[in-house]
Ligand binder design. Structure first.
Ligand code: GLN
Length: 498
């Protein structure tokens, strides 16, 4: 029997309209799943039970009158990077201890305005810096997936690891994530679900704790492409409070889900086949290419020659912006304050920042400060910005010939908690296929592509032209149907995960 927590957003929407169940019943089903499972997964930092029930009651009242928004009564998990009014917002950092924002982010405001019901705030890497959800002050998140022979607990990916684990484990049908270099797509890939990073500027960044402002984008993590399209309809749109928010009209993203890819030109970049790449990832990619060909798409080889510089460039630009953005956490205005017995304001800053930030965040602040300092600015930061432009140009030229680009999402399946932890280069390599899209500000989606020999999901990425989420979603929807991925993590089969 399907339980309420198995349903997709689209099914919930229809079921609520048909009065098969109420918004309160939906909220209750998810809250009890969370309360049972969260001690194991550690996916939620804060569970907002009372708020959820109150919001669900309001939704039921509106639904009873035949009113309600696009996602009226649908439970939503929120990455703890979005400011939520009066609700603890931590960015998974000690330095934001006790921070309850006096305002609501634009994206979450849009979600509540359309009837979303808030279940709680989801764990993540500290300030969204990481690829495995192991840098959180609140501890690592466990993936609901296990290797088929058991073995150690696996990471859900990061930085939106709590969001991906919660959606994969049916603790919420949809969750909000953010993606700076891959943080929606890579965890979606690791957890066998769907995640889309829209074009930079599609979703307002207002009220999202900033990591690297020229890269950060909000997006949904869901179990189906349709659910991502529905969420984008709610989340996207111009916001005068964010100067980089696009004034372009937002189309109805659900309308493009026809399943037809005939005549679509699909680009296959040769640079995404580096030496030593896992053959199972290549096999999944080749199968995806074949499916599209068989369905009448035209497959075209392309070259994105500056791909090899993307990671190096990203790890200059992102730390530079983070060192500037995180300067505001000083013990005076937000969260944690560590007051040394002796000394003045400088000692307060030092003690607070020393105690409040974790190792990864400190490392990035130091790298960022270095690449921005007089004497090094031209050699590193300016150079990186120039290379970033070349990366964007590669895509621009490729999109003269193709409508969408197909690649793997990540170079590996999920790894064990603790693995790669002491090897920053290996950890940073996780984003080798997602970072170029971010540097160019383009939309990218990850959908489940295959299960590997260990029984773990692998993701396929589709990259589109700026503001062409429609083609990305349309092709993703067709591929989702053709691939027919239906594996579920053992966490669900076990009831909770042992
Ligand atoms: N893993 C990348 C990093 O550590 C990307 C993170 C993100 O997209 N927020 O910076």
């Amino acid at each position: 029997m399907t339980s309420l927590t198995d349903l997709t957003l689209a099914d919930m929407r229809d079921g609520l309209k048909a009065k098969k169940f109420s918004a309160v019943e939906l909220a209750e089903a998810h809250l009890s799943a969370i309360e049972k499972a969260n001690a194991h997964y550690n996916a939620f930092i804060t569970i907002t039970r009372d708020k959820a029930i109150a919001m669900a009651n309001e939704s039921d009242a509106r639904l009873a009158k035949g009113q309600g928004g696009t996602i009226e009564g649908i439970p939503v998990g929120v990455k703890d990077l979005f400011c939520t009014k009066g609700v603890l917002t931590t960015a998974a950092s000690h330095i934001l201890d006790g921070f309850k924002p006096p305002y609501e982010s634009t994206v979450t405001t849009r979600i509540w305005d359309q009837g979303g019901v808030m279940l709680g705030k989801l764990n993540m890497d500290e300030f969204a810096m990481g690829s495995a959800n192991i840098t959180s002050y609140y501890g690592p998140v466990k993936s609901p997936w296990k290797r088929k022979d058991g073995g150690p607990d696996l990471v859900p990916g990061g930085s939106s690891g709590g969001s991906a684990a919660a959606v994969a484990a049916n603790l919420c049908p949809i969750a909000l994530g953010t993606d700076t270099g891959g943080s929606i797509r890579q965890p979606a890939s690791f957890c066998g679900i769907v995640g889309i990073k829209p074009t930079y500027g599609r979703c307002s960044r207002w009220g999202i704790v900033a990591f690297a402002s020229s890269l950060d984008q909000a997006g949904p993590i869901t179990r189906t492409v349709r659910d991502s399209a529905i969420m984008l309809n709610v989340m996207c749109g111009h916001d005068p409070k964010d100067s980089t928010s696009s004034p372009l009209a937002v189309p109805d993203f659900e309308k493009v889900l026809t399943g037809d890819v005939k005549g679509k030109r699909i680009g296959i970049p040769k640079e995404y086949r580096p030496d030593g790449i896992d053959p199972e990832i290549l096999a999944m990619w080749d199968k995806g290419i074949k499916l599209l060909k068989d369905a009448g798409a035209e497959v075209i080889d392309i070259s994105l020659p500056h791909t090899k510089y993307a990671l190096a460039t990203y790890y200059i630009v992102a730390p530079a912006e983070c060192s500037s953005n995180l300067a505001r956490y000083d013990g005076v205005r937000y969260g944690l304050r560590v007051m040394p017995e002796k000394g003045g304001i400088n000692e307060l800053y030092e003690a607070t920042r020393a105690a409040g930030f974790g190792k990864e965040v400190k490392k990035r602040i130091m790298i960022g400060t270095y690449v921005l300092s007089a004497g090094y600015y031209d050699a590193y930061y300016k150079k990186a910005q120039q290379v970033r432009w070349l990366i964007a140009e590669d895509f621009r030229k490729a999109f003269e010939k193709v409508d969408v680009i197909l690649t793997p999402t990540a170079p590996s399946a999920a790894f064990a908690i603790g693995e790669k932890q002491d090897d920053p280069i290996m950890m940073y390599l996780n984003d080798v296929f997602t970072v170029p899209t971010s540097m160019a500000g383009l939309p990218g989606i990850s959908i489940p592509g295959a299960i590997n020999k260990d029984g773990l999901p692998l993701g396929l990425q589709l990259i589109g032209k700026a503001f062409d989420e429609e083609t990305v979603l349309g092709v993703a929807y067709a591929m989702e149907k053709m691939i027919g991925f239906n594996a579920k993590p053992q966490g669900i089969a076990l009831g909770v995960a042992a």
